[in-house]
Design a protein around this ligand. Structure first.
Ligand SMILES: CC(C)(COP(=O)(O)OP(=O)(O)OC[C@H]1O[C@@H](n2cnc3c(N)ncnc32)[C@H](O)[C@@H]1OP(=O)(O)O)[C@@H](O)C(=O)NCCC(=O)NCCS
Length: 187
């Protein structure tokens, strides 16, 4: 139980613990994705489909344009100088509304339920609000109960269900929506 308060305590003492990702973080981000995907989607996504997706989506040269780039907010969470989680928000074009999407949020299994996901989420909401974004979307694999509960607790509400190809499979996703506003700006 003591451990549960570890990250919150570190956050309070070292405010820079969640920070923007840099190019030198990319290989570590790929490692975190690999371990967390294997743990989360072990029974849901076939190993071959997981491997192919991760190789493509987390190849450093494919991720590099999202780092330090307009319309992207890519964060890493560090614990004792190790990258243990990451979150990536991006601006989504819409003709009348300023929208963004949380496209990745992963915390290493050994570091989950320590407030890290919440800290990344709140850091991102603060940045989105300052950029005048009005709505944030996120899509979650429908049977991922832990993540769904997490988003619902953080103000996301059901928007729609949709399917997406992942290699040879079709994955069912639940899309959530959350309003972003001044209340998300931290003092
Ligand atoms: C979903 C995920 C990103 C959440 O991140 P996290 O760091 O585990 O989340 P937090 O610790 O901030 O909050 C998780 C839970 O711990 C609890 N918690 C957080 N800090 C706590 C603390 N200091 N003491 C006690 N409980 C705490 C929260 O109440 C929360 O409970 P809930 O899940 O019932 O809502 C993470 O668990 C993860 O990576 N999961 C696997 C991958 C995944 O599903 N990603 C989302 C893809 S869309």
């Amino acid at each position: 139980m003591q451990e549960k308060f570890l990250f919150r305590d570190i956050v309070m003492s070292k405010k820079h613990l969640v920070r923007f990702a840099t190019l030198t973080d990319l290989s570590k981000i790929a490692d975190v994705a690999q371990v967390t995907w294997d743990d989360t989607y072990n029974n849901i996504i076939a190993p071959e489909n997981r491997r192919e997706f991760l190789e493509r989506a987390y190849k450093p040269e494919n991720l590099a344009p999202t780092i330090n780039s307009d319309g992207h907010w890519f964060y890493v969470a560090e614990c004792e100088d190790e990258v243990v989680g990451f979150g990536h928000f991006l601006r989504r074009y819409h003709p009348t509304q300023a929208r963004a999407e949380l496209v990745r949020l992963y915390v290493l299994p050994a570091y989950q339920s320590m407030f890290i996901g919440t800290t990344i989420l709140e850091t991102g909401f603060d940045a989105l609000a300052r950029a005048n974004i009005e709505q944030c979307f996120v899509s979650v694999q429908s049977s991922n109960k832990q993540a769904r509960r997490f988003y619902e607790r953080h103000g996301f509400s059901f928007h729609r269900t949709h399917g997406q190809f992942l290699g040879t499979q079709i994955i069912t996703l639940v899309e959530y929506i959350r309003a972003i506003g001044n209340a998300d700006i931290k003092a």
